[in-house]
Write a protein that binds this ligand. Structure first.
Ligand code: KG4
Ligand code: ZN
Length: 340
């Protein structure tokens, strides 16, 4: 089956073509340069950029896959969660193609897309290891932080999630506080490599071992209060130490709760996904954890599959269609607060 995936939930305009689970093309038009100056995503700017880019991005994805829209069997589009006016652009484009070319269409949950990033394959069928269930997945981005038990594809149980900020959002906000620009995660990662992660003492959010949920807003506030009276020169002198301390506190929290979840749920394998999963330090920590519990660990096989992309949406759509869960293009609408 040939699937066209479309994703516009935040600041990346994305289209991808899959043959079942295999990626034939994966086009991502990032808007970071447009939002950078504002220190975060500006909804109106995102909407306009998506509108300008969506058709060329879809055309490029089809061209790189050496297909035309006529060859496509299924259109999969992100319905939410995400930025409402951004989601609307992708949904409108998907619906108009579905209606014009009489294609089947599915409306995909963005977080399910992130879960599916580990199930994508390349032309050699990689990853080569078979998937085993249940899988315990830590999915961490700018919009969500969840521990999800995947019993099988399509059957998910959220066993822990953030009660306030997402981990990526916390990294972005701490970077903003340090004057480092947007998105903060990659800058914090780069700086952390040169810093002392024990420089600042930060609290351990939700220490209770019975609770598998996360909280990052207290960590962010504690960070703010520790440095708020510092002169700029002092902050700049210790930039790498501050970045390393904050990143380390966020990752220690992610790993601690995830370990508790592994002990409670006895999964057959572990997975990591979402934008923050691009971070090499977090990936290394997850590898250690997997080794400790002697479990296979899956990570998206390409860096660009961690952050927002349409290949993961197309794959979620492929499985959704197998379950017969199609949308009616005449009434398909966004759901900006969709739950997994
Ligand atoms: O999955 P994603 O592209 O979009 C959402 O669904 O939110 O994730 C974006 C988030 C941002 O918070 C960004 O700072 C973070 O992922 N991120 C990273 C890295 N690359 C992106 N965080 C830490 N290290 C990275 N290398
Ligand atoms: Zn995302």
């Amino acid at each position: 089956m040939f699937i066209l995936g479309i994703e516009t939930s935040c600041d990346d305009t994305c289209a991808a073509v899959l043959k079942d689970s295999q990626i034939l093309s994966n086009v991502i038009s990032s808007q970071i340069d447009l939002h950078k100056a504002w220190g975060g995503v500006v909804p109106d700017i995102a909407k306009r950029a998506h509108q300008e880019r969506i058709n060329p991005v879809i055309e490029t994805a089809l061209k790189r896959a050496k297909l035309t829209i006529k060859d496509i069997d299924l259109i999969a589009v992100t319905k939410g969660p995400g930025l409402a006016i951004a989601l609307g652009v992708g949904v409108k484009a998907a619906v108009s193609l579905a209606v014009k070319y009489h294609k089947k269409i599915v409306a995909v949950n963005h977080i399910e897309g992130h879960l599916m990033a580990n199930f994508l394959t390349n032309s050699q069928g990689k990853p080569l290891r078979p998937f085993v269930f249940p899988s315990l997945t830590l999915t961490v981005s700018g919009g969500h932080t969840k521990i999800v038990l995947i019993k099988k594809i399509g059957d998910y149980e959220v066993i822990g999630e953030t009660l306030d900020d997402a981990a990526g959002e916390a990294l972005d906000k701490s970077a903003k506080l340090l004057g480092l620009g947007y998105p903060g995660g990659p800058v914090i990662e780069r700086l952390s490599l040169k810093g002392d992660s024990t420089f600042l003492k930060l609290p351990t959010p939700i220490a209770d071992k019975k609770i598998l949920d996360y909280s990052f807003s207290g960590l962010k506030t504690a960070f703010y209060y520790q440095i708020k009276d510092w002169p700029k020169v002092k902050i700049n002198k210790h930039l790498a130490d501050l970045a390393a301390s904050f990143q380390s506190a966020v990752f220690a929290t992610l790993i601690r709760k995830f370990s508790l979840a592994v002990e409670k749920y006895h999964p057959a394998c572990l997975m990591l996904s979402g934008g923050v999963a691009a971070n090499l330090t977090l990936r290394t920590k997850m590898r250690h954890l997997a080794k400790t519990y002697k479990l296979p660990l899956y990570l998206p096989f390409k860096k660009e599959l961690n952050t927002d992309n349409a290949a993961m949406i197309a794959l979620a759509g492929f499985y959704q269609a197998k379950r017969g869960d199609y949308a009616n293009p005449n009434i398909l609408d966004i759901d900006s607060r969709a739950e997994l």
